[in-house]
Design a protein around this ligand. Structure first.
Ligand code: AHR
Length: 495
């Protein structure tokens, strides 16, 4: 069947917060070390220790916000270990991720420098699980206070005269699990206490994010909103797309079977239900939708690549990941009244990464290309869509075959993104454009697709999966017609 879509370009549905295109980078495996940080003496071209190729690639996708240092690592991180002369910094064990030595060479100053290079907002996650109130409070003072104080003076001694602007601060991570195995009731009280000492210095106004629920733990959201909702700006939710069983076998990133593909699409779409249900609870306590839902960990989680350190969470990235990314963005757009930020896990070499590195080599992944193609939606105005969509069926189960979202940018251009979930069949699409002041005159587009279900980029074939021009699209009297090839993500621009 032909999928019929109507876009009411004059019916505006709010702004798509650019922060839903945010990222997460943890001291885990080769994300921070090797991925970003190679050190000033490295033969890999770098600026003050941070690799140039990775920064250049990330600048192309406009990273709006970057979460650091964890993850589970955050609740065992003591920030004072990561400042001052590098050779004197404490060497510790990264107990969560492979038991490797953490030499603390990448600390607060290095992270802030990275954010400045990327022109991105830092989002720092503090330590509730094994840290003190004083330690958290002093970290914020160290980073953001410009006057005379022990922490501000210490920062200046360490070479940074001016404070850094810091908007986003997380009060713990996964405190139901690696962040302290707490009950919601206990964490809610700790959140109230810790956040009291996260101060606003001068002009700096901190947006405080409470550690949120795991997947469908609605009790956690209920308790946090009820007991501490008025003291937070954001509440997180974590959800990973795992085609198999998290503990018994997640599935391989390069699995070529359609069953795995289908399971992945179904699990990716499930985030819509999670956002709706967590959102309904938030609405009860916050009908004005002041508190943002912050999905600060999402993405695919597969078994690690054979032969790699199981604690490093290194996985390949295929056209299947590209579809997962596209579907998530469309769902985040649909909930733009509540979802204020999302951070994919993780930027380099870990889980659903944008970038993979091997020594001095670097490649971008299919997921990277979706971020690049979709950047037109950042801070754009979402517009209304009505649609009649066909189904993608396998073994008696059904999913919608096409997902679509559209926004208008500040110049009035309309950007329509589309995903064809079906890996076997093309989908014909007709899009009626209503509400335009003038007749649409120009259409252009790009498409990301592949011939096999596990198509991916390698260090030998870095451009195996990359966007190409979409030629199969026509515009006639405000109606667009196009054919989406199997397993594809497209962005069409209409002027
Ligand atoms: O992203 C990997 C891990 O997943 C994070 O450290 C943790 O917060 C989550 O369980």
């Amino acid at each position: 069947m032909t999928n019929k879509i109507t876009i009411n370009t004059d019916v505006e549905k709010g702004i798509i917060n650019k922060n839903i295109y945010g990222h997460f980078s943890e001291h885990l495996g080769r994300c921070i070390y090797e991925g970003f940080w190679v050190g000033e003496d490295s033969s890999i071209p770098n600026t003050n220790g941070i690799r140039n190729d990775v920064v250049a690639a990330l600048k192309e996708i406009n990273v709006p916000v970057l979460r650091w240092p964890g993850g589970c690592f955050a609740d065992e991180y003591h920030w004072k270990d990561g400042i001052g002369p590098r050779e004197q910094r404490k060497r510790m064990v990264n107990t969560n991720w492979g038991g490797v030595v953490e030499n603390n060479h990448f600390g607060t100053h290095e992270f802030m420098m990275l954010c400045e290079m990327l022109e991105t907002e830092p989002y720092i996650c503090g330590n509730v699980g094994s840290g003190t109130v004083q330690e958290m409070s002093e970290w914020v003072e160290y980073m953001t206070f410009d006057g005379e104080s022990p922490m501000a003076n210490w920062r200046k001694e360490n070479g940074r005269e001016k404070s850094w602007p810091l908007k986003y601060f997380g009060v713990g991570n996964e405190n139901w699990g690696c962040g302290g195995n707490m009950r919601a009731e206990y964490y809610a009280d700790l959140y109230r206490q810790y956040q009291t000492y996260v101060k606003n210095y001068g002009e700096n106004k901190v947006y405080k994010i409470a550690g949120g629920a795991n997947v469908d733990d609605y009790h956690w959201t209920e308790v946090l909103m009820r007991e501490a909702g008025s003291l937070m700006d954001g509440l997180s939710v974590h959800y990973y797309t795992v085609p198999g069983d998290f503990w018994l076998g997640k599935g391989a990133a390069l699995d070529p079977r359609e069953e795995e593909w289908y399971a992945t699409m179904k699990k990716a779409l499930y985030i819509d239900e999670l956002i709706t249900k967590h959102g309904t609870i938030m609405d009860k306590y916050d009908p004005e939708k002041r508190v943002g839902m912050i999905i600060d960990e999402w993405g695919t989680w597969f078994d690690v690549e054979p032969g790699t350190n199981p604690g490093f969470l290194y996985q390949q990235n295929t056209i299947r990941d590209a579809l997962v990314a596209g579907l998530h963005f469309h769902i985040f757009h649909d909930h733009n009244d509540r979802v204020q930020m999302a951070n994919i896990a993780q930027t380099v070499n870990v889980l659903q990464a944008m970038i993979l590195t091997e020594g001095e080599k670097m490649i971008t992944t299919p997921t990277y290309h979706v971020f690049e193609m979709f950047k037109v939606h950042q801070d754009a105005t979402k517009v209304d869509i009505q649609s009649t969509i066909g189904t993608y069926e396998l073994n008696g189960e059904k999913l919608p075959s096409v997902s679509v979202s559209a926004s208008k940018d500040s110049e009035g251009q309309l950007h329509i993104s589309l995903c064809n979930l079906n890996p076997k069949e093309a989908s014909d699409v007709k899009i009626e454009l209503r509400g335009l002041v003038n007749q649409a005159e120009q259409v252009s587009g790009r498409i990301l697709t592949a011939d096999t279900l596990n198509a991916h980029n390698t260090f030998e074939q870095p451009e195996n999966v990359k966007p190409t021009a979409l030629t199969d699209v026509t515009l006639e009297a405000n109606e667009l017609s196009l054919t989406l090839p199997p397993m594809s993500v497209a962005v069409v621009t209409v002027k």
